[in-house]
Ligand binder design. Structure first.
Ligand SMILES: N[C@@H](CCC(=O)N[C@@H](CS)C(=O)NCC(=O)O)C(=O)O
Length: 224
């Protein structure tokens, strides 16, 4: 989701290949043997198979919303907060969300550890609407999809916690039109299919309104 979000914000167009993780296509594994999504293949055949790297790849080409240059910090500060999300927070989120998959009896212990990170985000959001100032940045977009997963795991409990600023931040981001675009579902890709583009229709139209679609790239995305 965060890779798509950055591509959309950058105004880049990709050929999108939706995959089902239980039946990964050979073409995907040939590009990246890691077997995780997303995988992006650039026009020069370079493969980028980490979502954060895809975000940076997109935003370093075009960054009209200035996601890489927030007022409240530098890129390294954002990468540090994102690393905590992708590391310890994600570790505990996965175990809170899928205790059976990890053979875990006490999912709430993982929820409790993950909470510390969310409380630190809530503290940052006391003074500004977003993590690094008054407009969304790379950090907000890289982190929000995981906070959304955490919130959806037990939304009643999530909404009872004393983090109103965090809830407001999450709501603002996931209620944005850009998030709806990012969440659009696509049919599973199969060899020989007519190409599907993301954002939809972007191949033949000028999107977004402030500039032409620069190039075509290929992105494999996912569905379980
Ligand atoms: N660090 C990677 C993690 C990617 C990742 O783990 N993706 C999951 C889906 S959200 C996946 O592909 N899992 C492989 C599988 O379930 O077979 C990134 O953000 O790009």
């Amino acid at each position: 989701m965060r890779a798509r979000w950055a591509l959309a914000a950058a105004g880049l167009s990709v050929e999108l290949r939706e995959v089902v993780l239980s039946g990964k296509p050979a073409e995907m594994l040939a590009a990246s043997s890691k077997g995780t999504v997303p995988v992006l293949i650039d026009v020069d055949s370079r493969v980028i198979d980490e979502s954060l790297d895809i975000m940076l790849w997109a935003l370093r080409q075009r960054d009209p919303a200035r996601w890489l240059v927030p007022q409240g910090g530098a890129l390294d500060d954002m990468l540090c907060l994102i690393a905590q999300c992708d590391g310890e927070f994600k570790f505990n989120l996965d175990r809170y969300k899928y205790p059976q998959r990890y053979g875990i009896a006490d999912a709430k212990a993982h929820r409790a550890v993950a909470m510390n990170y969310l409380l630190s985000l809530n503290a940052r959001l006391q003074t500004d609407a977003y993590l690094f100032g008054d407009h969304p940045s790379l950090a907000d977009i890289a982190i929000a999809p995981f906070v959304r997963q955490f919130a959806l795991t037990d939304s009643t409990w999530f909404n009872q916690q004393a983090w109103p600023a965090l809830r407001h931040w999450l709501d603002e981001l996931i209620e944005s039109p850009m998030f709806a675009l990012v969440m659009t579902r696509h049919l599973r890709w199969q060899p020989g299919d007519v190409p599907v583009y993301f954002p939809e229709g972007s191949r033949d139209s000028v999107w977004p309104v402030n500039g032409p679609v620069p190039r075509q790239h290929q992105l494999t995305q996912t569905r379980r």
